[in-house]
Design a protein. Structure first.
Length: 96
């Protein structure tokens, strides 16, 4: 775990927690407004959360070469997440 400094670890971990809280906030917002399409945006945020956890896991194991596949997995989940969030945002825009 010595690859990243303590402040960098703090930023990584709090960013993951912040993203999870944002997902809950988006879902809560949709429920409050009785607009279920917001739940799709919260669901579309899941791959980005998985991507962030994959990055933290790779760093946790000192960026081990044996876990290089985790980097590819992270890139794939980032791609899927960005596409999913774009689609969910498009749907929100169309319902307005």
């Amino acid at each position: 775990m010595h690859v990243l400094s303590l402040p960098t670890w703090w930023i990584h971990i709090t960013s993951v927690l912040e993203w999870a809280l944002a997902m809950l906030a988006v879902q809560h917002w949709g429920r409050q407004r009785k607009e279920p399409e917001w739940s799709w945006l919260a669901l579309a945020m899941v791959p980005a959360l998985i991507s962030a956890m994959a990055a933290c896991t790779w760093h946790l194991f000192d960026n081990a070469a044996e876990l290089q596949g985790l980097v590819v997995f992270q890139a794939a989940t980032t791609l899927v997440g960005n596409g999913a969030m774009a689609g969910a945002a498009w749907q929100l825009m169309r319902t307005r």
